[in-house]
Design a protein around this ligand. Structure first.
Ligand code: KIV
Ligand code: ZN
Length: 391
């Protein structure tokens, strides 16, 4: 792995699956994991094995079929969780235990009714115990986003001393600003003793719509792993969307940070996850939404027909979308109508187009979107129809 390679840790099947209303069966999880492996993710967080027998079985089944990615299981800083996770990962070519504990004062006081020193001790012991099963142990400091940096650095040092290979710095509540999250990663990089022995990982939630921006600030400031989900699904407002961070890094090559993702699979992957989970993707979702490459206003359509790059920063083929869509509505102009008419077999002269366009507008005012069969009807009912077909 080059120092500029950003590891993609997919948690669709763990944090993503926690989304209300979603229930995937084991076969669906295995299918998604196989596709994630082909997509090129570096780590698949397959579940939280101690949480239920079904989750245990899924993590075990995924461990058996994944060929390239590391398979990871989540635990609390609890011995039995860790032991069970290790059992579920026993068939993995590369297995990782992801253990951790809340580190913000809010978690320490209210969740654990404990104190800072005792939490450091538990973090150390959990990593040490996980290390007795697998070499690759990731430690998470839950609610790191709201944890004071100096204390967080001490927790991270203890985890590294116990053998952690990855330090996950979750903005669990999606509270941080990008500058704040970036500064946190920079602080840890510069102040944690032994940090060269581990990589820092960004795990950002989207409560303020900042998950992607925060993850990108994290890697700009030295993190080398991003934890994310397909379509950004997850608890509350969700997690960092895999397709977004991957495309941000691809479209900004001067950052000199890359991933191993085969981006042409992104759209198909999004559909597979959305269909399997029964969770509809909003049409304006960046990269994979139905409207991400659709143009409906006349000014934009005219530009895109002349040159796609006028209004598109991504070639749709790069993410597995066959082509940009020119959507006909009452806001569309002549260029778009001529383009779509040509696609269904009518080459219109400028004068014919003027007449057909007037007919189109009255049609479009009555109907939200004009489809190919409407175009035939519009042309057939225009005054110049005979002229068009006899040309
Ligand atoms: O958001 C979070 O803090 C988590 C941890 C359990 C890794 O999902
Ligand atoms: Zn999370």
């Amino acid at each position: 792995m080059s120092n500029n390679n950003i590891q993609i840790f997919d948690t669709t099947l763990r944090d993503g699956e926690q989304v209300p209303g979603c229930k995937l069966n084991s076969e669906q999880k295995v299918l998604i994991a196989a596709q994630l492996d082909l997509l090129g993710v570096d780590v698949i967080e397959a579940g939280f094995p101690v949480s239920s027998p079904g989750d245990f079985k899924s993590v075990e089944a995924i461990s058996k079929i994944v060929k390239n990615a590391t398979v990871c299981g989540l635990t609390r800083a609890v011995e039995n969780d860790i032991k069970v996770a290790a059992q579920s990962l026993q068939y993995a070519k590369r297995g990782r235990i992801h253990t951790g504990i809340g580190t913000s004062d809010s978690h320490i006081l209210h969740k654990f009714k404990s104190n800072r020193e005792a939490i450091i001790e538990r973090a150390f012991e959990a990593v040490k115990y996980a290390k007795s099963f697998v070499e690759d142990v990731e430690f998470y400091a839950e609610d790191a986003g709201r944890t004071e940096n100096e204390y967080l650095a001490r927790v991270c040092e203890a985890a590294i001393k116990a053998g952690a290979t990855v330090l996950n710095i979750p903005d669990t509540t999606g509270y941080c600003l990008p500058s704040e999250y970036g500064a946190k990663i920079k602080y840890l990089k510069e102040n944690v003793k032994g940090i060269e022995k581990a990589i820092l990982s960004c795990h950002c939630h989207n409560d303020l719509g900042l998950a992607t921006a925060n993850s990108i600030e994290g890697v700009i400031n030295g993190a080398r792993q991003i934890e994310c989900t397909i379509n950004g699904i997850g608890e509350r407002a969700g997690n960092t969307a895999l397709e977004e961070v991957v495309m941000v890094l691809k479209q900004h090559p001067y950052l000199n940070l890359d991933t191993n993702i085969n981006t042409s699979m992104l759209f198909g992957m999004s559909q597979l996850v959305s269909d399997s989970m029964g969770i509809y993707t909003q049409p304006n979702k960046a990269i994979v939404g139905a409207n991400a490459f659709a143009h409906s206003s006349g000014i934009h359509q005219d530009g895109v027909i002349k040159n796609r790059a006028t209004y598109e920063i991504i070639d749709p083929k790069d993410v597995g979308v066959t082509e940009s869509a020119i959507v006909l509505t009452a806001r569309s102009g002549r260029a778009a109508l001529a383009y779509r008419a040509k696609n269904v077999g009518y080459e219109l002269t400028k004068l014919q187009l003027d007449d057909v366009y007037a007919n189109f507008l009255s049609f479009a005012d009555r109907k939200k979107e004009i489809n190919d069969s409407d175009i035939h009807q519009i042309i057939e009912t225009s005054k110049v129809y005979q002229q068009i077909i006899s040309a």
